[in-house]
Design a protein around this ligand. Sequence first.
Ligand code: LMR
Length: 394
Amino acid sequence: MLNTLKPQPADKILELMALYREDPRDTKIDLGVGVYKDASGNTPIMRAVKAAEKQLWANETTKSYTALSGDPAFGAAMKSLVLAGSVDHARVGAIATPGGTGAIRQAFELMKLANPEGTVWTSNPTWPNHLSILKFMGMNNKEYAYFDAATCTVDFDAMMDSLKGVQAGDMVLLHGCCHNPTGANLTLDQFGAVADLLVEKGAIALVDIAYQGFGDGLEEDAAATRLLATKLPEMLIAASCSKNFGIYRERAGCLMAMSETAENTAVTQGTLNFLNRQNYSFPPDHGARLVTMILNDEVLKADWMAELEEVRLGMLGLRTQLAEELRKQTNSDRFDFVAQHRGMFSRIGATPEEVMQIRKDFGIYMVGDSRLNIAGLNADTVPLLATAVAKTCK
Ligand code: LMR
């Protein structure tokens, strides 16, 4: 059997990690994979995570199974973090998943169960793994217009125009904040207009919220998701704890499913549990438990929020510096959008050839679509990137 296998296409983002590692130049700069790095290039373990791990080590008495949903306390804590008081939590089922990607996968599985012929609509562009998973699962996928490559901002009119094609029972995948890969986001009013359209069409929203706290703040970044929750009868939310808790390798994520009424929640929750059982049985617990401990402990939570805010402000500072440096070096306002974008990423509008040229000439690694990870920069490397862009981009 194994000799019938064909090589699979490499994931563009993960492939870039390997290319970077192999580059012998010590001046190289990694702006590829979406992992936060501090000014010295480390991905630190957050203070509250370390403290929670210490408490857990001292107090945990068993490693026996939890529940198929994961510990219900995790689901409750995530509902509070993401949805706050926007909706009656009794309407929302939740399962722990292996990372945000696990939540996305389970959301698609749910769609496959409920409406296998339906179409999942994704923004053009979106995180490439959304498309890859949909293709692998054999699901129908259509793109809606999103990014205006000329201005590097959202083309909202084009987006609404393409969403006119959405049919009842379709799923529309929205990035709750910090759009990946572009960094260009809808305003709250625009999210409201999208919600109205989805209600009119009878479509379900799947909100991918992988970077809460990396854009405008923990509450601000959840505002769109909360608004959608107040307007839509049903929706799904795939949340990741990888980035905002810095626990990438622990694989902690959560799929939330908001039903029309609290009476429907039992069946929704049962279906989510069933999907966990079919795909991997019990979800990972360690990362989810740390998150639960932090969110339920005032002192740990305050420290986590303070550190997350430092991270966010650091990235915002780098954005401002980069926009200013590009203004200086290109003698134009062409790249001012970098300061307006939010989250870890900006798509800066270089062609694939220019991206390759920058890699070759300057050892600066960004994804082929010109997505760069702001957190891969520091105050010293911002001018180097600006020089590379100014010298290479037409
Ligand atoms: C990214 O977009 O770089 C991150 O979400 C990491 C990944 O798994 O691709």
